[in-house]
Design a binder for this molecule. Structure first.
Ligand SMILES: [Zn+2]
Length: 227
């Protein structure tokens, strides 16, 4: 991938799936096959979030960093913005949100998936672990995904908590292309973008970037873990 494709600045590697979702052009047929298999099993597998641009990720980031949107702890409870040290704030945001330029959603290989037919009436999708857990309405879908995504080349980079990003059962990734993308995503690329775009907290981010890169960007579950 080109640097601009890796970091969410262009959409030239993407193609449209439906009206609003963009995904990597080399992933679309595998995703459609997965969707078809899911349909046979009785699920309406849809993407809640596919490609996200650098710009969009920066809005999400800046809103959290400035306190416009709440920052949550690891139990999804709101933290007291003014009581947090700058470093604690940085860690808390990174638990749930990627640094602009370093989101796997930039690549078009990674999606947040769900089944709209399983959502209870008048219930918005929340993307919380409880929705996918044993008593949640996506539990059966979740189990089906665990048994089937590998057959289509997908896996879950946030399957288990490894001390960085939170567990995200809804986030799947097309292993072959995403693994290459992560290898190409050098720390210096991210550094330059954070500075150039005046991402909020940029001096602290740049100071902590080696830690962020190791703990939150590269620290993911590997494809076909334990198989
Ligand atoms: Zn995601």
């Amino acid at each position: 991938m080109l640097i601009e494709q890796l970091t969410g600045q262009v959409t030239s590697h993407l193609t449209e799936l439906g009206k609003q979702v963009l995904i990597h052009r080399d992933v679309i047929s595998e995703f459609k096959s997965l969707q078809k298999a899911a349909k046979k099993a009785g699920f309406n597998l849809q993407i809640a979030s596919g490609f996200r641009s650098f710009e969009r990720q920066q809005v999400i980031w800046d809103n959290k960093y400035s306190g416009k949107t709440p920052i949550l702890d690891s139990n999804e409870q709101k933290l007291d913005f003014f009581a947090l040290s700058e470093l604690d704030k940085l860690f808390a945001i990174l638990h749930w949100s990627a640094l602009p330029g370093a989101s796997r959603h930039h690549w078009g290989t990674d999606f947040d998936i769900y089944d709209p037919n399983l959502l209870p009436m008048n219930q918005n999708l929340a993307l919380t672990v409880s929705e996918y857990a044993e008593n949640g309405y996506f539990h059966e879908l979740n189990q089906w995904l665990s048994e089937n995504i590998e057959l289509f080349g997908f896996y879950r980079p946030y399957q288990n908590f490894l001390g960085g990003v939170a567990v995200e059962p809804w986030h799947i990734s097309y292993a072959a292309i995403a693994t290459q993308a992560l290898q190409q995503l050098e720390i210096s690329l991210i550094y330059d973008l954070i500075v150039k775009n005046n991402v909020l907290g940029k001096s602290l981010i740049c100071e902590q970037l080696p830690m962020i890169y190791k703990q939150f960007i590269c620290n993911i579950n590997q494809p076909y873990n334990g198989k």
